[in-house]
Design a protein around this ligand. Structure first.
Ligand code: A3P
Length: 315
């Protein structure tokens, strides 16, 4: 980080997330501190190409699934050659701020084969300028915030996130939920994150595809076709007839990916070591009901209703 970035950081509000990670409020969102400099670098240096496909989400909204699907749809390689059979989807589709710009301030991304499929958790309004301003495509996936919160809690505890910076144990579920409702969580506030991409989708639906995790669970084949059309490579009649849509859906399914050796026993490096298995926990809709009480759910429903009022977005 150069001196100007340091000075900027010192002026920003910081908090400690319930799991011990420091988060810093930058451009209206809570950026995890280790990714603050990489976010600045991506904003400064990333040059989107018209052929790029950018996958965006809040953590634990179905990013891994979307990466596997988009990669398979764009490359049509789901046979024994697919890298998804031996690599975690996060190794196949890197994040801007969690991987590429974390490791180097200005990495050379020119050699990456096209279309470049890249991911980010950065809110729409804070994306590097070249993303909204170029012809590249953005696919956003959102999820019921209560499922997303519970998913993140398991993921963070499973990987012992924040442990080295923490003096006491992680906050209890109710305190963590309070922080989440206040929007103080990784890349939060969650409603603003979704609304940013929702509005961008309404403004330019050819540029931003807006997906919901629950809809993919409901009808994956429909969404595989939708993603293919959106990125400009719809399935041909011949591909439809030989069942490619169903095959991509199967290869990228929770059960298939979860049971691959690499995802059972492998590790992934993202500012620390993460178990690949922690990206495949339950993969269900509505698991929040096993963890949050009715009062918490009511609070969340009211919050969502007030925040989304007038946007046209429903969760
Ligand atoms: P749960 O913790 O509720 O099981 P992300 O990929 O954004 O990190 O989100 C992880 C969540 O998506 C986890 O939710 C995980 O189980 C689920 N998930 C991962 N791969 C999936 C797949 N292929 N199909 C459906 N859900 C998947």
């Amino acid at each position: 980080m150069d001196d100007d970035d340091q000075i900027q950081l010192q002026k920003l509000e910081q908090r400690t997330n319930w799991d011990g990670w420091r988060i810093v409020k930058y451009q209206g969102f809570w950026c995890p501190l280790p990714f603050f400099r990489p976010v600045l670098s991506a904003q400064k240096y990333f040059k989107a190409k018209d052929s790029d496909i950018i996958l965006s989400s809040l953590p634990k909204s179905g990013t891994t699934w979307l990466k596997a699907l988009t990669f398979s749809i764009a490359n049509r390689n789901i046979d024994t050659q697919s890298p998804l059979l031996t690599c975690n989807p996060h190794e196949v589709v890197p994040f801007l701020e969690l991987n590429l710009y974390l490791n180097q301030e200005n990495p050379d991304l020119e050699q990456t084969s096209t279309p470049r499929i890249l991911a980010t958790h950065i809110p729409f309004d804070s994306l590097p300028d070249s993303i909204p301003n170029s012809g590249c495509k953005i696919i956003y996936i959102c999820r019921n915030p209560m499922d997303q919160f519970i998913s993140f809690r398991h993921f963070s505890l499973d990987n012992k996130f924040g442990e080295k910076d923490r003096r006491a144990g992680p906050l209890e579920l109710d305190e963590a939920f309070d922080m989440f409702c206040d929007g103080a969580h990784h890349y939060g506030p969650f409603c603003e994150h979704m609304i940013g991409y929702w509005n961008a989708h309404l403004k330019n639906p050819d540029k931003v595809l807006f997906l919901k995790y629950e809809d993919l669970k409901d009808d994956i084949a429909l969404h595989v076709r939708k993603i293919a059309e959106f990125i400009g490579c719809p399935f041909s009649l011949e591909e439809e007839e030989r069942g490619l849509v169903e095959e991509i859906s199967r290869v990228c399914s929770f059960d298939n990916l979860k049971n691959l050796e690499v995802n059972k026993n492998g590790y992934y490096s993202v500012n620390g070591i993460v178990k690949n298995s922690s990206y495949f926990r339950k993969g269900e809709v509505g698991d929040w009901a096993n963890h949050l009480n009715p009062a918490m759910a009511e609070r969340m429903e009211k919050l969502i209703k007030s925040k989304l009022q007038g946007t046209g977005l429903t969760l």
